[in-house]
Design a protein around this ligand. Sequence first.
Ligand SMILES: Nc1ncnc2c1ncn2[C@@H]1O[C@H](COP(=O)(O)OP(=O)(O)OP(=O)(O)O)[C@@H](O)[C@H]1O
Ligand SMILES: [Mg+2]
Length: 240
Amino acid sequence: MKQTLRKPIEPEDPRKPALAPGLLIAVEGLDGSGKSTQLYLLKRWLELENYRVFLTEWNSSEMVKNATKKGKKSQLLTPTTFSLIHSTDFADRYERQIQPLLRAGYIVLADRYIFTAFARDSVRQCDQQWLRNLYSFAKVPDMTFFFNVPLQTALDRILSGRPKLKFHEAGMDLNLSPDPYESFRIFQGRIHKQYLQLAKEYKFEMIDATQSIEDQQQYVRNLVSERVDLAQYKIHKGRN
Ligand SMILES: Nc1ncnc2c1ncn2[C@@H]1O[C@H](COP(=O)(O)OP(=O)(O)OP(=O)(O)O)[C@@H](O)[C@H]1O
Ligand SMILES: [Mg+2]
């Protein structure tokens, strides 16, 4: 039987003025800093309180998944092609999920956002202005939480979950050191420096991510409740 292809969701025209009544919250930080843990807990809380909420993760677009996997595995990506693959992934999610849901009045939670590309890709020697132009279609988040940890804490947390560092997370493609742990320290140390500059420029909410999961979550929830009129995102049950 002939298969019919599913029509993709009409992407929003990125040039349209953003009416976005929604709220965009992003988390950023080094690998292993605890971003996903905190964002998941925030999402659960918002869901249980009956708010419209949606979570999107960096590098998760189905459309680009295979290309990213293949490119990483064969180690054929240059800094530019690596960056373009991530930006394609982001653009796909932005147009199909983030922007339409913001327009529909959702709280969109982003596990990593454009700042990940700004920090990482500039360490991989992509031009800063080129990166900013590349992502210029994307809305700046209403709040960006930055989970700040020492490199050693990030490393310990990653290695408590699995035995080895991943090739790209250790920045092994940059030939900084033959030792993955040393390479991780140099690579992630440079990313951290970039992040601290971005934190000032984009007014990140700095979180001491060495604290317990519970304490950080309480702080995050308090800050969201203080800054945002959450009532406007409540799901109103229809009348029967
Ligand atoms: N405050 C904390 N104290 C101790 N361990 C933590 C804390 N927060 C998270 N962890 C643990 O550290 C590990 C990494 O956490 P998580 O996956 O949330 O980090 P991440 O920032 O999302 O990393 P990645 O960038 O690689 O996705 C997990 O095993 C998690 O349970
Ligand atoms: Mg994560």
